[in-house]
Design a protein around this ligand. Structure first.
Ligand SMILES: NC(=O)c1ccc[n+]([C@@H]2O[C@H](COP(=O)([O-])OP(=O)(O)OC[C@H]3O[C@@H](n4cnc5c(N)ncnc54)[C@H](OP(=O)(O)O)[C@@H]3O)[C@@H](O)[C@H]2O)c1
Length: 257
């Protein structure tokens, strides 16, 4: 059994749940969180069966301005000092920016995808520096390098995470804290239903499995990579094409409808 603790946000389903399973298989202690009590309880049962040294969970809404601080306090009250932080919780808002999407949903998404992520990263990065090391994984997206019409604000949040991760990875290197941006391509999770994308071609298209994406991210975090595209082949081709062609062409061809 490991004596190390991992905190995984958005661990009730999808990529976050599969990331938590990677920690469980390696017999780490886990704190998992999301805003769904039943989903977390079910996830905790599976993680215990997978071999986690122990599993605790706490329900927090990270789209609320107090969410990140309350989560940090919950974890501290458990007596846990995470060695690993997988900052993964996130949602998308789909639709034409000027005509269809509403600002309240976009503001809640920015709070979840950016503000809470930055706040948690700041609190745990400081703790990890004091502890002498640690590893942080931030879930971005391949959309960070291929802006997607009809997911405009979402793409902006993921581009933020990518740039933020690369910058603090450099700042924290000397302190023994690694920071890795996980950049998934389209992945089979509840993301698309939550974003109201059931009528899109992308929803029907073949996607990567959440397990494959999470395992790629987990391995990259453990070796201290600054970023990783997942699944490796498809996402690397996608990103290479995005780098090769003019931005306007890449953006037009990335449109989801
Ligand atoms: N699926 C893709 O194609 C894809 C591609 C690139 C990047 N990503 C990124 O991958 C990450 C995980 O998404 P996913 O695809 O695995 O989708 P998912 O299955 O919908 O998982 C999202 C997770 O975030 C949690 N969450 C949502 N709103 C929350 C809130 N307000 N407070 C706390 N937790 C909240 C969810 O918890 P509840 O269920 O309890 O609400 C769930 O555990 C996201 O950051 C997403 O942007 C996904």
């Amino acid at each position: 059994m490991s004596e190390q603790w991992a905190l995984v946000t958005g661990a009730s389903s999808g990529i976050g749940f599969e990331l938590a399973r990677c920690f469980a298989v390696d017999r780490h202690h886990l704190v998992i969180t999301s805003d769904d009590d039943d989903g977390l309880r079910d996830a905790a049962d599976v993680l215990a069966d997978d071999g986690a040294a122990s599993v605790q969970y706490t329900v927090r809404d990270l789209s609320h301005p107090d969410g990140a601080l309350l989560l940090y306090q919950d974890v501290r009250d458990m007596g846990v000092k995470p060695d690993f932080l997988a900052n993964n919780a996130g949602v998308g808002v789909f639709g034409n920016f000027a005509l269809e999407t509403d600002f309240q949903s976009e503001a809640a998404m920015i709070q979840l995808n950016i503000v809470s992520l930055v706040q948690l990263t700041k609190m745990y990065a400081r703790d990890m520096v004091r502890q002498g090391g640690g590893r942080i994984l931030l879930t971005s997206s391949v959309a960070a390098v291929a802006p997607t019409p009809n997911l405009a604000v979402y793409c902006g949040t993921k581009a933020f995470i990518y740039a933020f991760a690369e910058a603090i990875a450099d700042e924290l290197k000397e302190a023994g804290v690694s920071v890795t941006a996980l950049m998934p391509d389209a992945t089979e999770t509840r993301f698309f239903e939550r974003a109201g994308m059931e009528e899109t071609e992308l929803y029907q298209a073949d996607k990567a499995s959440a397990a494959e994406v999470a395992q790629t991210g987990y391995r990259a975090m453990m070796r201290g990579a600054d970023h990783v595209l997942a699944p490796p082949f498809i996402a690397n081709v996608h990103a290479a094409l995005a780098a090769l062609f003019p931005k306007r062409m890449v953006t037009a061809s990335s449109r989801v409808e």
